[in-house]
Design a protein around this ligand. Sequence first.
Ligand code: GLU
Length: 433
Amino acid sequence: MDAIETVITDLEITYEPTNIYYQTIHSVLDAAELIELPRRLKLILAQPKNELIVHFPVRMDNGSFSLFKGYRVQHNNILGSYKGGIRYHHDVSLDHIKALAAIMTMKCALVQLPFGGAKGGVKVDPHAHTHSELTALTRRFTSALGTNIGPAYDIPAPDVGTNAQIMAWMADTYMNVHEPHERLDGGSVVTGKPLAFGGCHGREKATGQGVVFVIEDLIPEMGFRLDQVTFSLVGYGNVGSWTGRLLAERGATLRAVMDHTGAIGHARGIDAEKLADHVLQTGGVADFPDADPISERDFYRTDVDLFIPAALEQMIDIEQAQLLNCKILVEAGNTPCTPAAEIYLNNHDLPIFPAILCNAGGVTVSYFEWKQNRQAEVWDLADVDAQLKKMMSRTTARVKARARSLNCSMHQAAYCEALDHIRQVYELRGIFP
Ligand code: GLU
C-alpha cells in the first residue's frame, strides 16, 4: 500500500475512485508527497475539522411546510477564520461539501489569505421557490447555523445558486439573533453582500476577473495574444458570464457556450454582453438569437485557443476530454475535470491552468470586503482591481516557479504552494496543547 492509501485507510475514507471527496483528498495527498509533508499534517488535512448537518422546516407560500437539509463543513482554520461559500443546489451532499471545503483551504492558503477553508449548502433548487420562500429558508438556515458562523470564526459567501441578496438576509438574520455587542460587527459574518449593505465594489465580477488576470499573465509566453485568442465556455452563470464579458472586452472571441439549457456557437463570435442579458431574461443560453444551436459533441469539438469550464464540478470526464480541440484548458470552476480526464489531458500535453489559482479572485475580493467592513472603509473599484491584480499575479508567478522547480503540472504546483504555506504555519504554531 502506498503512502496515500495508508492515510486514506487510517482515516476510514471510503475508497471510491469516482467520489469527489476521495478525489480531492487524493489530489491533496499527491502534492503532499511531492513536498514530503509530514504524515501528521497529511492526516489532519485529509479530513475536515467539523461537519455540521441541520434539518429545518420552512413554511411555503401555500401554508404547507417543507423540510430542508443544510450543511456547513469547516475543513481547516490554521491560517485564520473558516471561509467559503454557501451553495443552494438540488444535488448537494455531505461528501460534495466536504470536498469543496478542502478546496477552499487550499485556495486561501495558495493566495496566502488569513483564512481557512469551509463550505456550506442547502439541498434545494432555488429556482423552484419564490422570493418569500427563499427569504424564509435563508433566515431559518442561518439561525440553525447559530454560533457555528461568525465574523471572526466562519464567514460564508455566495456560491452556485446564492447571491448578494441571500447574503444580505444571512447577515441581517445573524445581526438580529446575536447579542447586541456582536451586532455592530455582525455584517462581516458574510461577504458578497450588496454594495449598499457593506458589499465591495467588484465582488460580483471578482472570480471572472481573477480568471482573466491569470490568463493575461500566462498566455503571452505561450505565444498567444489576449486580443486575438478564441475561447469557449461551459456555464454562463456568475463566473462564466463575467469571464466571457471581460475577455471579450479585451478583444478575445467567444466561439461557443454550453449550459444546462443547451449549446450555441458562432465562428465569427458571440456577443458576450448580449448573451448575459439573454441569460438573465430567459435563464439559459438556448435560443440566443445571434448564434446557432449546436450539439454537445460539436460544442466540445469547437476549435478554440482556450476552453474554459466555469460550471459545476467534474463536468469533463475522459469522454469529453477526448473531444476537446483547444490549446489550453482554463479551470474557472472548482475541479471541473475528473482525475481520469486530467491524466488523459496531461498525457496529451494539454496545459491546464488549475482551478485553485484561476478562481481564487472571488475569495480574494471577499477578503477585501471583510477587511473594509472591519476597518469601516470603502475602497473604490480601481483600488479593488489593482489589489486583486497584484495578489493574483504574485500567486500565478509562485505557481509557475514551483511547477518549474518541481518539474510537475501547474495543478500539482498550486497544491504544493498551498501546502507549503500551511506547513510553515503549523510549524510556527505547533499543535495544541
Ligand atoms: N464560493 C466562492 C469560491 O468557491 C467564494 C468563496 C468566498 O468568497 O468565501 O471560491
